[in-house]
Design a protein around this ligand. Structure first.
Ligand SMILES: Cc1cc2nc3c(=O)[nH]c(=O)nc-3n(C[C@H](O)[C@H](O)[C@H](O)COP(=O)(O)OP(=O)(O)OC[C@H]3O[C@@H](n4cnc5c(N)ncnc54)[C@H](O)[C@@H]3O)c2cc1C
Ligand SMILES: Cc1cc2nc3c(=O)[nH]c(=O)nc-3n(C[C@H](O)[C@H](O)[C@H](O)COP(=O)(O)O)c2cc1C
Length: 782
């Protein structure tokens, strides 16, 4: 078998090693345009888990790499004169030059041919190769040559960065967030061998411009960085080696394979430097390709297995990198945070590290985070314990005169079980049990302001006395048997009305018994949905009056809070999104116009709703569709409602148009809550695939939301909050009938938590000390 590899970086060399081990008789050659010891960049970084993977696949190179490594456990965050160190991270760094030398030596030893100073223009000379590996790096010439086939997507990020080095010793992965007269600069730095560290500097394009970096050469810009970070670097110089400022390209390819050619490493996909995974991804690509070659019966099957088997893992890493880079791009959002909360945000930015996970490895740090959170709560007038605070989820929160005893919320969820809009026994049990289960705040399902405002025939309403009486019974039960506060969500279905019950076909038009639907513009939701009538002014006034009348009824029912539903493509949302509002009058066009009717309705309800009771608005902070609402627009929407007197923005997303392409994942809507809260300066509630109390605490402690709503998790677990309270040892109200259950779970949770933590600690990847001891053992003979 003949295998040609274009590009002798970590991906190409490691693939050569693994494939040669597998097929000693194969003719494997690596072609590299640089000289053997010619290398740009400074250090590379791997996590303990990545090294474990290398150990499994090639012990000799693993041992040589680990002998050369600098190890560290801590991440240090420098911000506004403070340093927060978080241990237990298990990272290692080595010089890129050393890594390449080790891989080159190992490849040679196995019989791989290495040809340097060969800059390949085309692949015709490899016509007889069985496999051609394209590992020619970030600017891959061969990916470009077959651009129509591979279909790369290159997302050039806004921030500027430059890779430099220094002789400054570091004993932690170090982030320095530096305020300057021009704006914020960030240094990501780590030691990779004795006396050498990598320094990546990052800043936004405006700060870059203001700092006069445009047009400076490498040395001059290193001098400017030395001026900024000199207080930390001391006498140590900044070293340069192709240290030009650039914009990071996030690269993805639709296809990875063409005939017998396969993309590997940076040529195929990149991951932002802030999660330190570029070289890891490249080498793990090589592992995945070698594994596929071992398992599949022939090369086409192996390439197919590589592409389809590895894609998900790569996309996960890239998603984590995306989330992380976005955090760094918007660091100014958090600039006014308490430094410990800021550091917690740095640590948890990419979702992999959470509150519980940090509690295990850095309990003192999390204790400080909890105290800072409690101090903020105390500053709002609550008499909470700051020295031994409860976890953020169990800290109280106040909106106007309404206080919630914890931050967990039952998200509004239609039950489609009302009879002519009247909620019945199902609703009493549903809301009653979730209230007893401990949630601090409950939202009703979307409660419709008129018969024609319903989504489905099963939707609840509040336009007549029977409905008012039925809701009063439920509110009274909740207030009598729990400490939960109860918010009424009022809405109008708009063009999504007259549709089937969820379990009969969500958003699908009713075949019989429907009614006429209305919207901002006469656009059907699905092509075969009913075409809605465009609202005229008289109809808008009537609907506004319906909202006000329902709000007044809600107050009489005893609800503590009122939410106006302006999300998910329903009537008021249809005014806000440019995708559903094509009006040419004063209610269409610019955002200011599109917001006019929703704000009018809000103002009329606010006037009718008692001043001491809070109001929220639910918005779709992105339409997940081209030309629609984006996070930046959501900030403007939230500001407009904030100015109108809204107390809380309930940040949801999507469901505006049927062709939307949402990107789901854990806590997938939280970044929007984060953006709205910290840019529009309003309190927010976030929601969306948040399934654990650990995530709730992570979000709250990082300042990404003030309340956290859970929808589906509450459907199967009414006592979600009670269980979490037991886990975190936070006392919570329980009605006397259920006290024995509470006492048992609080008692058992102490032991369960200890067992769980012991297990977690046992399962922790190898530590630096263990790795160092292993590397000191004699080399394995292979
Ligand atoms: C300027 C720069 C500095 C960096 N510094 C660091 C750092 O300090 N730490 C870190 O962790 N990561 C660093 N990275 C990122 C890291 O290098 C990559 O993520 C990783 O090396 C990817 O491995 P690879 O094998 O896919 O690509 P590369 O390492 O880029 O290897 C590709 C190789 O292909 C060769 N090549 C390209 N075209 C041809 C051709 N036509 N013919 C023959 N050979 C060709 C190139 O010379 C190169 O050696 C840096 C990247 C850049 C661009
Ligand atoms: C069955 C069901 C009904 C829902 N009904 C409503 C509703 O009436 N009003 C609303 O604003 N959101 C509604 N939603 C959206 C939820 O409030 C929530 O935003 C969504 O389920 C995502 O959160 P989760 O991942 O915690 O479930 C509904 C969701 C579900 C699953």
């Amino acid at each position: 078998m003949k295998i040609a590899i274009i590009g002798g970086g970590p991906a190409g060399l490691y693939a050569a090693i693994l494939l040669k081990k597998q097929r000693p008789s194969a003719d494997i050659a690596v072609y590299e345009r640089n000289r053997a010891d010619d290398t740009f960049g400074f250090g590379v970084v791997f996590s303990d888990a990545t090294l474990d993977n290398f150990e499994k696949h090639d012990l000799p190179s693993y041992q040589r790499i680990t002998q050369e490594f600098a190890y560290w456990d801590d991440i240090a965050v420098h911000f506004r004169g403070t340093v927060h160190r978080v241990g237990g991270n298990g990272f290692c760094g080595c010089s890129r030059r050393t890594l390449l030398r080790i891989l080159q030596e190992r490849a040679r030893e196995l019989g791989v041919t290495l040809q340097f100073e060969v800059d390949l223009e085309d692949e015709s000379q490899f016509a007889d190769a069985d496999l051609l590996i394209l590992s020619d790096g970030i600017n891959s010439r061969f990916r470009q040559k077959y651009v129509d086939h591979f279909q790369p997507e290159v997302d050039l990020r806004a921030n500027k960065f430059a890779w430099m080095g220094s002789t400054k010793p570091l004993d932690a992965f170090t982030f320095i967030f530096q305020e300057t007269e021009w704006g914020p600069f960030i240094a990501h730095a780590y030691q990779y061998e004795a006396g050498h560290s990598t320094w990546i500097f990052e800043t936004d394009p405006e700060t870059f411009e203001r700092a006069g970096l445009t047009g400076l050469d490498e040395r001059q810009s290193a001098d400017r960085m030395k001026e900024i970070f000199g207080w930390f670097l001391g006498d140590h110089p900044l070293l340069i080696n192709r240290s030009m400022w650039r914009n990071f390209p996030m690269i993805r390819n639709k296809r990875w394979v063409k005939d017998n050619m396969v993309l590997l490493g940076d040529a195929k996909s990149t991951a932002h430097f802030s999660i330190g995974s570029g070289t890891k991804l490249a080498m793990e690509d090589a592992i995945a390709l070698a594994d596929a070659m071992q398992r599949a019966p022939n090369i086409p099957a192996a390439l197919d297995l590589y592409e389809h088997g590895r894609r998900e893992e790569v996309e996960k890493t890239q998603h984590a990198a995306d989330v992380s880079l976005v955090w760094f791009e918007h660091v100014d959002r958090f600039w006014d945070f308490d430094p410990v909360q800021f550091a917690f945000g740095v640590m948890t930015r990419s979702k992999a590290i959470t509150y519980d996970n940090l509690t295990l490895r850095a309990p003192d740090f999390v204790a400080e985070v909890d105290k800072a959170f409690a101090r903020q709560v105390r500053a709002k007038g609550f008499d909470v314990d700051v020295e031994k605070p409860v976890a953020p989820m169990f800290q109280p929160f106040k909106l106007r005169e309404m206080t919630v005893t914890n931050r967990a919320v039952l998200s509004p969820m239609c039950m489609y079980s009302a009879d002519e809009g009247v909620p019945g026994d199902f609703h009493l049990v549903h809301y009653g049990s979730r209230a007893i289960g401990g949630a601090g705040l409950l939202f009703t399902e979307m409660t419709c302001v008129s018969r024609d405002a319903r989504i489905t025939p099963g939707c609840a309403g509040l336009w007549n006395d029977a409905q008012e009486a039925a809701w009063t019974r439920i509110v009274d039960f909740v207030h009598a048997n729990s400490k939960a506060k109860f918010a009424l969500q009022l809405g109008h279905a708009g063009r999504k009305g007259a549709t089937k019950l969820m379990w009969d076909g969500i958003d699908q038009p009713l075949e019989q018994g429907g009614w006429d639907v209305v919207s901002a513009s006469p656009l059907p939701y699905f092509p075969d949905s009913q075409v809605p009538r465009e609202l005229d002014r008289a109809a808008m006034d009537a609907i506004k009056a319906d909202f006000v009348a329902a709000a007044e009824r809600g107050n009489r029912c005893g609800f503590d809070m009122l939410e106006l539903h302006c999300a998910h493509g329903y009537l008021l949302a249809s005014f806000i999104s440019p995708l559903t509002n094509k009006r040419t009058d004063g209610y269409g066009g610019a955002l200011e116009n599109r917001l006019r009717f929703p704000l009018e309705v809000f103002a009329a309800m606010r006037a009718a709703w008692p001043a001491h009771k809070p109001m929220s608005v639910r918005i779709s902070a992105t339409d997940w569709a081209d030309g629609g609402v984006t996070g930046d627009v959501a900030v403007l929407i939230a500001r407009a409602f904030g100015e109108a007197g809204v107390d809380l923005v309930d940040v949801s997303t999507g469901q505006t148009v049927c062709e939307a392409k949402p990107i789901y994942g854990r806590m997938f809507q939280t970044p929007f809550s984060d953006q709205v809260r910290n840019e529009a300066d309003v309190a927010t509630m976030c929601v969306g695939n948040i399934t654990s109390a650990d995530q709730v605490n992570t979000i709250l402690a990082a300042g990404r939301a003030d309340l956290v709503a859970l929808g589906r998790p509450h459907l199967v677990d009414p006592a979600f909050t009670m269980k979490a309270a037991a886990w975190y040892g936070a006392d919570t109200f329980c009605p006397p009938q259920y006290l024995p259950g509470k006492e048992q779970i609080f008692r058992n949770s102490v032991r369960d938590r200890q067992d769980f933590e012991e297990l977690k600690i046992k399962a922790k990847p190898k530590t630096r000390a263990e790795l160092t001891a292993e590397a000191a053992k004699p080399l394995a003979a292979e």
